[in-house]
Design a protein around this ligand. Structure first.
Ligand code: URA
Length: 192
């Protein structure tokens, strides 16, 4: 086991025992991460949903399956990515995480970023975007597909796959088309 693996395991244990917000009372499993610890891409989603809460694996429900389908299509492989969320415990009824919950959980995410040290951080949807890019006027529609450099790290926002579940068209300029183009752009960046 590498030092990094041990540090991530310890961090996961800490998250599993965390009582810094109220969500520990209603969650089943703590949803810490999935994927490869040496990956060049780190995806950051919003929060665990029902399926994630039951399994402890992020992005495993309908939206997650759609994300994984697109990753497969653009040839972003299992070893290329690590996935986490802005918060590790499911908010009841899948409501958005509160500012308090995000603040209480942020140190886990910051430490995950530090340990994974990815080449690119992909902010999946507006909740992740708002957690890192503090510009209230910036919407996901405006920000998606662009690179933001913050404290020496590269962030690229993309649509959340749950948004794509509502739009089935794959025509040029459709949310699904833009989503796939953003993933292809990210794939090219890690190869360059
Ligand atoms: N949506 C997210 O943002 N994260 C998950 O883990 C699942 C769905």
């Amino acid at each position: 086991m590498t030092t990094k693996t041990i540090q991530l395991e310890n961090l996961k244990k800490e998250a599993q025992e965390c009582k810094s917000c109220e969500l520990f009372k209603t969650k089943n499993k703590t949803v810490f991460s999935d994927g490869c610890e040496t990956a060049p891409i780190m995806f950051i989603g919003e929060a665990p949903g029902k399926n994630e809460d039951e399994t402890g694996i992020p992005f495993i429900g309908r939206a997650g399956q759609l994300l994984r389908k697109y990753l497969f299509e653009v040839n972003i492989k299992q070893n290329d990515f690590y996935i986490a969320n802005t918060i590790k415990c499911r908010p009841p009824q899948n409501r958005k995480p509160t500012a308090k919950e995000k603040t209480a959980c942020k140190h886990f995410l910051d430490k995950q970023i530090e340990l994974i040290n990815p080449k690119i951080i992909v902010l999946v949807g507006s909740t992740a975007l708002e957690s890192f890019i503090l510009d209230k006027k910036l919407t996901i529609t405006k920000a998606r597909g662009k690179i933001f450099e913050i404290e020496g790290r590269k962030f690229i926002p993309i649509f959340h796959p749950s948004y794509l579940l509502r739009y089935h068209s794959t025509q040029t300029g459709s949310p699904r088309d833009l989503f796939k183009k953003d993933l292809l752009y990210i794939k090219n960046l890690i190869e360059s």
